[in-house]
Design a protein around this ligand. Structure first.
Ligand code: EPU
Length: 419
């Protein structure tokens, strides 16, 4: 078993370069199944969720070549089976995108029930509703999802709730459907725009991604033969921005789209942090103790749930009392128990958490309950006095490439050790 050992406190200083977005990559990889040909994808984050995606695509017949650490070519000319490996697909969340892609390409797919971070109930009723309205039959039983269709026909689909996954999945299933599909009350996250841009580059006809109404005109075939570069990861960028504030540091974050970070930038300024926005890079620094703030997580362009634990670390040491209302996931406050072991004073109940700001955190052994909780604990370890040990690194490795190396370059005393 591996763990991270961090000795603090450190004021983080220097430059960091952001990788491609995890949540775009793990949708774009299954989206390649819609292509009858070859494509090249650049700026792919080299993380364990991407490696699992590649294994699943290979099992379905795709030929994948890593050109360099962050570039892949994928040949999906011959897709030989519609049965995705159950063990791999049930390991992570984004395996649900195989359903939309394979319905489009082969009109048939069987996957294991999607796994992923334990954030509370994660229903997929809106995905299924969309597939059924397009003409598919979906059967969920014995830990498997089977979806089949004679043909898919475009239609109007209204999403009852704003869902990133359902919006992307229904978009995938509609690309090769007959006629036009509209998705109303669509999610607007930057990675939805990125998946649509990828598909359009490969020959699809999708309009309106990034607004709450997406229109997909079905095309006969996606031929590929093109190169696409994945959008920078706004959550990774936000993680380093909050690390700068928490550590009284000064970090230049390169390769990001600052427009995607506006809700966070506003909060950082409210908390007394300083921000220099250069469009494709952002410098964040903080010379004094951050001030209290109240946060409510919301779908984009609201404050992202995937940065909630990281800003929770800042609030734990802020001057004054703060609150967080988590409106997306029921179980996203598990990290607060770990921060309390480090001296924080946080009371979490249901969707709300109350933070009584303390002067400092103190190192302790802590357990990462999910990906973003893990990132938050790293920031906590860096600002805490003494030694912090972080366990359950699998969660962190799912979504952050070379995270300890990046923090080490910013001055953190952090190393990975095997027990
Ligand atoms: N929901 C339903 N029915 C559905 C789908 C969603 O009720 O059919 C509910 C969910 O239970 C949740 C809300 O709608 O309360 C939003 O869920 P959404 O579908 O938007 O989430 P997701 O697609 O499963 C993605 C990211 C998450 C991120 C959320 C919200 C992937 C693989 N995961 O999940 O990322 O928190 O969007 O932005 O893209 C992470 O990266 O750490 C992570 C958890």
């Amino acid at each position: 078993m591996e763990k991270l050992l961090i000795k603090g406190p450190t004021n983080l200083k220097g430059e960091v370069t952001i990788n491609g977005a995890k949540n775009a990559a793990i949708a774009i990889l299954p989206a390649t199944l819609l292509i009858n040909g070859i494509c090249t994808i650049e700026n792919v984050p080299n993380i364990s969720d991407v490696k699992i995606s590649c294994k699943i695509l290979s099992a379905l017949g795709a030929k994948i070549t890593w050109i360099d650490n962050n570039t892949l070519t994928i040949d999906t000319t011959n897709i030989t089976t519609s049965n995705a490996p159950l063990d791999l697909t049930s390991k992570f969340r984004a395996s649900y995108y195989l359903i939309g892609s394979m319905l489009g390409r082969k009109k048939s797919i069987q996957v294991g029930m999607p796994g992923g971070c334990n954030l509370g109930p994660r229903p997929i009723d809106q995905h299924i509703k969309g597939f059924e309205l397009l003409g598919a039959k979906v059967d969920v039983s014995q830990g498997k999802i089977k979806a089949t269709a004679d043909k898919l026909v475009g239609t109007s689909i209204y999403m009852d709730i704003v869902s990133v996954g359902a919006t992307i999945n229904v978009m995938l299933a509609s690309v090769l459907a007959e006629g036009t599909t509209t998705i109303d009350n669509a999610a607007k996250e930057p990675h939805i725009v990125d998946v649509a841009n990828f598909l359009n580059t490969m020959g699809a006809d999708i309009r309106g991604a990034g607004t709450d109404m997406i229109k997909i005109n079905g095309v006969k075939e996606l031929r590929g033969n093109a190169t696409y570069s994945i959008v920078p990861d706004q959550i990774e960028a936000g993680t380093f921005m909050l690390a700068a504030v928490a550590s009284h540091g000064d970090i230049l974050i390169k390769n990001c789209i600052t427009k995607h970070l506006e809700s966070l930038t506003a909060k950082i300024i409210e908390m007394g942090g300083k921000v220099e926005d250069n469009g494709d890079s952002i410098r964040v620094w903080c010379n004094s103790r951050p001030s209290k703030a109240n946060i409510k997580t919301l779908p984009y362009p609201g404050f992202p749930t995937d940065l909630q634990p990281q800003i929770g670390v800042v609030l734990s040491i802020a001057n004054g009392n703060s609150t967080i209302n988590e409106s997306i996931w029921e179980s996203r406050f598990q990290y607060t128990n770990e921060l309390n072991k480090m001296g924080a004073k946080i009371t979490a109940q249901g969707k709300n958490a109350f933070f009584e700001g303390v002067d400092k955190l103190v190192g302790a052994p802590v357990y990462s309950s999910d990906l973003r909780a893990g990132a938050a604990l790293i920031i906590a370890g860096i600002i805490a006095e003494g030694q912090t040990e972080i366990y359950n690194l699998d969660h962190i490795d799912r979504g952050y490439e070379k995270i300890e190396e990046k923090f080490r370059k910013l001055g953190a005393d952090i190393k990975r050790v095997s027990e």
